[in-house]
Design a protein around this ligand. Sequence first.
Ligand SMILES: CC(C)(COP(=O)(O)OP(=O)(O)OC[C@H]1O[C@@H](n2cnc3c(N)ncnc32)[C@H](O)[C@@H]1OP(=O)(O)O)[C@@H](O)C(=O)NCCC(=O)NCCS
Length: 167
Amino acid sequence: MELRKINTNDIEAQWAYTTELPTDENGLTNPYNGVSYEEYKEKVLPTLISYEHPVNMPDWFVPETYYYLWDGDCLIGEFRIRHHLTEALKNGAGHIGYSISKKYRGKGYGTAGLKLTLDIARKIVPENEIYLRVNKDNIASQKVMINNGGYRVGEDEDHYFMRIPKV
Ligand SMILES: CC(C)(COP(=O)(O)OP(=O)(O)OC[C@H]1O[C@@H](n2cnc3c(N)ncnc32)[C@H](O)[C@@H]1OP(=O)(O)O)[C@@H](O)C(=O)NCCC(=O)NCCS
């Protein structure tokens, strides 16, 4: 199993994943559901790759890197790392967002993928802890976080705010 940064070689599998990913599932948003291969190739992929080193983006935009979890030839899931916090991210989505393809859920991939993502995030993120947010009714994702050392630091009406120590 490995995490590979978004790239042009894996375009077909990445497109298939992105176009199938729901627009909003448990707060993980994807504006590219249903996008055509051509549009993915011409617009979406270059845009997503550029997020790591953003140009002409608004001040609030934090560099974000997309990774895909692969098991052999199968693209299993997507993990996004936002490189540092802003006030909005601190009180919102935090550093990491992820999803696993529906057909591969419940097999330990979410837990394993977050572990690999944390290995990378720990080197990028300047804050002392990794911040995450999860919907209160998203038991699977809460377990993925807890399995990786996550603990709850707060809540609002719909979410728990979780943190994972960097060391
Ligand atoms: C959340 C998500 C990433 C979990 O991925 P996954 O590969 O199924 O996770 P795992 O297989 O590692 O399972 C983690 C735990 O959740 C449990 N679990 C899995 N699916 C579950 C479900 N539908 N209901 C309750 N528990 C569930 C597993 O049994 C496992 O429990 P354990 O740690 O006690 O063994 C996946 O369901 C998903 O992509 N959901 C949609 C997007 C999303 O919610 N993203 C997270 C936003 S914070």
